[in-house]
Design a protein around this ligand. Structure first.
Ligand code: PHE
Length: 344
């Protein structure tokens, strides 16, 4: 290569190099171009090797040109490399319109039965009761025997109680009254306790029956508890739940674990006692069972004979909630339909 050929070649490289490097689209091509020009056997190694044969007076100028172009190629390759690395796969554009309404969070709420249980417990807590829960799986003793329910009583029948397949004759409690037995076995009076919870009975399901429902048991035991204490306590409760103008009456009844026993009715909250379809034209609605604790129950829990008196009551939560909210089908509580649940 003579001097003129060298100059021509340098100039043609200088002219085309920008486009050549800009057209590179992969790391492999980038490396190939680098080797072609800057490699140990590349074009610039060749140029440099010619410089000594260039006439003395032009050597400096040519050397400058070569070095300038060499540096420039280095810079262009670096730049292209950065561009190739930065160009990430096409990304979805995220646009934010701050004038759009936000996405509302659905707010959860407590189940109407839970609300009713909490409300009723709060009324009794205000009167000095404590709240104690018991297990849903119970012994035959706590559910029946301790409550003075005789062996031949129909409620013990497998048609009326769910028994578990166990040697100990365990069962699903058929009422919350075993809560009385548990509390009295573990504590000495004075006692004022409410026991809310689920209970189970093998009933055919319809608008007013469910094989599982909820009760709250109430229990007060001390040295001189009278029937009038039961009456006063329930009166405060009924007025707090249904309002001051609700009338209440006690109807003699029978429970093996209370003596005397009574069922409590309130004046119909729909017709105010005149008689309607909700109260079956009677003007009264039955809401709970109650009575003075039977001495035999005290004996079963190991209290000394004659030492204490007390009262107990048991009320159905679903019944109270249905009356309070005008719900006509008990199944609605257990279907978890949000159209129903969000109304409370
Ligand atoms: N356990 C009774 C029932 O389920 C209700 C009750 C409780 C009655 C306490 C008297 C005293 O029907």
């Amino acid at each position: 290569m003579d001097f003129n050929a060298l100059v021509t070649q340098i100039e043609s490289v200088a002219q085309g190099i920008d486009t050549e490097i800009q057209n590179i689209s992969s790391d492999a091509d980038l490396e190939a171009v680098r080797i072609k020009y800057l490699g140990r056997k590349g074009l610039f190694a060749e140029f440099t090797s010619f410089i000594p044969s260039v006439p003395q007076e032009s050597r400096g100028k040519i050397g400058q040109k070569v070095n300038f172009l060499k540096d420039r190629i280095g810079v262009l390759l670096e730049e292209r490399k950065r561009q190739l690395g930065v160009v990430a796969p096409p990304q979805e554009k995220i646009s934010l319109d701050i004038s759009m309404p936000g996405m509302g969070q659905a707010v959860g709420r407590r189940h109407p039965l839970t609300q009713t249980i909490d409300e009723i417990c709060a009324i009794f807590v205000q009167m000095g009761f404590t709240v104690k829960e018991g297990p849903e799986i119970e012994t035959e003793f706590n559910n029946f025997t301790g409550l003075n329910i005789p062996l031949e009583h129909p409620s013990r029948d497998a048609f009326d109680t769910f028994y578990l397949e166990s040697k100990e004759r365990l069962l699903l409690r058929s009422h919350t009254s075993p809560g009385q037995v548990r509390v009295m076995k573990s504590r000495t009076p004075p006692l004022a306790v409410v026991v809310p919870g689920r209970v189970y009975r093998p009933d055919a399901v319809d608008a007013s029956h469910s094989f599982m429902f909820h009760q709250i048991e109430g229990l007060v035991v001390d040295r001189d508890i009278k029937f009038s204490d039961l009456k006063g306590t329930l009166e405060v409760f009924v007025k707090a739940v249904f309002g001051d103008d609700i009338a209440m009456r006690f109807r003699p009844h029978f429970f093996p674990f209370t003596e005397p026993s009574a069922e409590v009715d309130i004046s119909c909250i729909m017709c105010k006692g005149k008689g309607c379809s909700v109260c079956g034209r009677k003007g009264w609605l039955e809401i709970l069972g109650s009575g003075m604790i039977h001495p035999q129950v005290f004996a079963h829990v190991g209290y000394p004979s004659g030492a204490y008196t007390g009262f107990a009551f048991g009320l159905g939560i679903e019944r109270i909630a249905m009356l309070k909210y005008g719900i006509t089908d008990i199944r609605l509580f257990f279907e978890n339909d949000l159209r129903f649940l969000t109304q409370f």
